[in-house]
Design a binder for this molecule. Structure first.
Ligand code: F0G
Length: 419
């Protein structure tokens, strides 16, 4: 099986329910969507994707937010707090500075819990309800845990989150705590947390809502659909390129799937598909390594480090979906340093857009690729910023201005300003 942009529409298997089924991306084995709980293929452990008998075109979308795209999703509605419909900001100064025809920032930090994870959870938690489970779990660098806690609570389910101790930004831990998750602090990195939670899920202890769960990625497809509709409304053309931060490569996989489905539905020409361009931090860049080496598989990095804690990930589980996405769309992957990430975070902030460090990786990566000539000056580009500034207040304070102590009287303040 290959995840080709121009794959034929698959035949509907007998296991399909209302035209929806699960399919292994490696061997093509098919499964009923909501019968048993499974995250990977029984035959070969391959990743699963949701398949549809009928794929919608743009005309079939109506309403706002993630559920505007219900016809492209496995359920008609979800456990919702009005996620999606995020801004596509203009950034004229940054656009001129980087030197591209058009630059827009799709700010996913403007979702209810402050990251794109809400799009996946509104679908994933609804599926969990459909399956009748009562306990949800995830491993997380922070944002997934915040979203799972919020949506799990809203759906009336218990949530369990496994976090790498000392490596999760303060805002995210606070969210998971207040939204009533049980927070298990693991003495290990994110990849270890994910190993453990996968084992717990396999033992039936909880329903897994990491991006290994194919239903979550369905919700995240809507980022791609919104970007296409936004560009078409403003420029009567789709973006040439979408640049995004990469950790587990869930978004990369989800956007590629959104575009494949539009091509299959006849709503998008293969030549109109934006080049998916992934950005990782230098200290956690297994996808970049695989793209640079033209490798079929990623090598697990056991030691990872970056200031962008959200993407401090050495074993991107969605690589088998994401690598074809980057390659088939003509995109690429690039690594950026922590200082480049901070510089991009500051540049976005000066445009009034507050993002957490991992989010700024997209802009840092675009700047590097433009400087290398990989991105042309005639390109229309969307950069994805994945999480809000308030997620990581310590990083914001470190990257921003220091408070200046002043006396508690006007003369004293004036004197200070005139120094
Ligand atoms: N940006 C932010 C802010 C994130 O939180 C994440 C992932 C990514 C980018 C990477 O996205 O995995 O789809 O490539 N955060 C996960 C978490 C791992 O646990 O919150 P991806």
């Amino acid at each position: 099986m290959s995840l080709s942009l121009t794959a034929d529409t698959p035949a509907v298997p007998a296991v399909a329910v209302d035209g929806v089924w699960l399919e292994c991306i490696e061997c093509g084995a098919t499964y009923a969507p909501f019968e048993d709980i499974r995250y990977t293929c029984d035959e070969d452990d391959g990743l699963l994707e949701v398949r549809y008998a009928d794929l919608p075109t743009f005309e079939e979308f109506s309403g706002r937010g993630v559920w505007r795209y219900a016809d492209a999703l496995p359920l008609a509605d979800g456990v919702t707090t009005q996620e999606g419909d995020t801004p596509l900001y203009e950034v004229p100064r940054l656009e001129a500075d980087i030197g591209v025809e058009t630059l827009r920032i799709k700010h996913e930090g403007m979702n209810p819990t402050g990251s794109f994870k809400d799009r996946g959870m509104t679908v994933g938690v609804a599926v969990a309800k459909e399956l009748g489970v009562d306990r949800l779990a995830c491993a997380s660098t922070g944002n997934t845990s915040a979203a799972l806690a919020a949506y799990g609570s809203r759906g009336g389910m218990e949530t369990l989150v496994l976090l790498p101790a000392g490596k999760v930004a303060a805002g995210k831990v606070g969210q998971a705590a207040l939204h009533d998750a049980r927070i298990l602090e693991v003495d290990g990195n994110f990849d270890r947390c994910l190993d453990i939670v996968q084992e717990l899920a396999a033992m039936g202890e909880a329903y897994l809502l990491n991006s290994l769960n194919p239903f979550r990625l369905e919700g995240q497809k809507t980022i791609g659909l919104e970007i296409l509709e936004g560009f078409r409304a403003d420029y009567d053309a789709y973006p040439d390129r979408i640049v995004l931060p990469v950790g587990n490569a869930g978004n990369t996989s989800a956007l590629y799937k959104a575009f494949r489905e539009l091509v299959q539905a006849g709503a998008l020409e293969p030549s109109e598909v934006p080049k998916l361009t992934g950005v990782q931090a230098e200290g956690a860049a297994p996808i970049v390594e695989a793209i640079e080496n033209d490798a079929d598989h990623v090598r697990r990095w056991d030691d990872v480090e970056t200031r962008a804690t959200a993407i401090r990930i050495g074993n991107p589980v969605n690589a088998p979906k994401a690598l074809p996405g980057i390659r088939e769309t003509g995109g690429t992957a690039v690594a950026v340093s922590d200082d480049e990430i901070t510089a991009a975070q500051q540049a976005l902030a000066r445009e009034g857009i507050g993002v957490e460090p991992a989010s700024a990786a997209s802009v840092a990566g675009l700047r590097n690729l433009r400087a290398q000539g990989v991105v042309g000056d005639d390109e229309r580009v969307a950069c994805l910023t994945t999480g809000h500034l308030l997620k990581d207040p310590d990083a914001a304070a470190a990257a921003g201005n220091d408070p200046e102590p002043v006396p508690a009287d006007t003369d004293g303040v004036l004197a200070h300003l005139q120094e």
